[in-house]
Design a protein around this ligand. Structure first.
Ligand code: AMP
Length: 231
């Protein structure tokens, strides 16, 4: 029996795409969902860093691009994901994170998956307004002495600007400064929205309100998965 979408429902793996800007809570959701749904979490940046550290041919192919902060070519990135998807850990499915980042990558991935009889089943887009993202990231402060982290809104120190443990003056990471966070978002968000629109045309996007608590976002996702599985 088919699932009406061109695949065999029983044989088809659950391949999900998790999309969200820096500070949207993507990493947290990915690890919770991978545990709850038994899916492997495939994050492009982490996979590339691991390949680089292990000195694999893939790591070598990615090296010059990563060192330049540029996107690794699509063929290399897709080959890496297909290799990961072929492992037993991905038998039940996978959560893709950090890839595809552009519409070009999305189309190339769709074609490669289609030729293997697969497809992205759902796109989970964690939506958070830019101002909230900036506040979340730019509110982080760290103790240079002991490494304890604080957040102005959610986890402030007892004495403003001082570490609770050793009283050291707290510092902000350079790339967590508001203007730097805004610049990162300005670069990151337009291609991300284009990817979401690409999958919206296929009717497979779930827009999630990422201003809710971590638990609430996870529950909405799980409820939507359960509802779909039951159908
Ligand atoms: P990240 O940790 O996600 O910022 O990724 C670190 C590096 O990995 C990036 O600077 C790129 O060189 C590479 N990378 C991560 N995701 C992709 C992708 N979707 N396409 C191409 N290169 C990527």
């Amino acid at each position: 029996m088919t699932d009406g979408l061109g695949g065999h429902a029983s044989a088809e793996r659950l391949i999900l795409l998790l999309v969200g800007a820096v500070g949207a809570g993507k990493g947290t959701q990915a690890s919770l969902l991978s545990r709850e749904l038994g899916l492997v979490h495939l994050a492009s940046g982490n996979l590339f860093r691991a390949a680089l550290a292990a000195g694999t041919p893939l790591g070598e192919a990615a090296r010059e691009y990563m060192e330049a902060g540029a996107l690794v070519p699509d063929e290399v990135t897709i080959a890496m994901f297909m290799e990961e998807l072929a492992r037993p850990a991905a038998d039940a499915g996978a959560i893709l994170d950090g890839f595809p980042r552009t519409v070009g990558q999305a189309k190339a991935l769709d074609d490669t998956l289609a030729s293997a009889g697969e497809r992205i089943r759902r796109v989970l887009y964690i939506e958070v307004p830019t101002d909230v993202l900036v506040r979340r990231v730019a509110g982080r402060w760290i103790c240079p002495q002991c490494g304890t982290t604080y957040h102005e809104d959610t986890d402030p120190p007892d004495i403003p600007g001082r570490c609770d443990r050793d009283g050291t003056a707290l510092r902000q990471r350079d790339d967590d400064r508001p203007e730097v966070v805004r610049a990162r978002l300005d670069k990151q968000v337009p291609p991300m929205l284009a990817v979401v629109e690409h999958y919206e045309r296929a009717g497979i996007v779930d827009r999630l309100d990422g201003t809710q608590s971590i638990e609430a976002v996870t529950n909405v996702i799980l409820a939507s998965m359960g509802a779909r599985a039951a159908r």
